[in-house]
Design a binder for this molecule. Structure first.
Ligand code: CU
Length: 123
């Protein structure tokens, strides 16, 4: 009887831990990235353009509206990180959670980097 109770407690505790992990990931603030359909790229939090953020986890919800563009995030100063959140032929919406560390960050389309880019600072 005691054994059954203990093991069921352990199972319950494990289940709680397993549920907590995705739950905490889902609570990270959302940033909305949009690229295309023209030669434009933006990153917003709510209705405001992102220029400064506190270090931490953020979920980038990227709306890629063109097969010729991609949405790439790179840490330029303070560390190394580079990731294509959406690849070039992809069209649609993707969510990617990234831990932003202190430094200067850039988001851009790697195919048209000289005209499609923006910066934000993480403090
Ligand atoms: Cu592009």
């Amino acid at each position: 009887m005691t054994r059954i109770t203990l093991s069921s407690l352990i199972v319950t505790a494990l289940a709680a831990v397993l549920f907590l992990v995705p739950a905490s990931a889902m609570t990270s603030p959302k940033l909305a990235g949009t690229v295309g359909p023209g030669f434009t790229i933006t990153l917003k939090k709510g209705s405001k353009k992102v220029t400064k953020l506190k270090a931490g986890k953020y979920t980038f919800v990227v709306h890629d509206k063109s097969p010729i563009h991609n949405f790439t995030v790179e840490q330029e100063k303070g560390g190394k990180f580079e990731k294509h959140l959406t690849p070039t032929p992809f069209v649609g919406t993707k969510s990617v959670t990234i831990t932003l560390k202190k430094g200067k960050w850039k988001f851009y389309c790697s195919n048209h980097e000289s005209q499609m880019f923006g910066f934000f600072t993480v403090t």
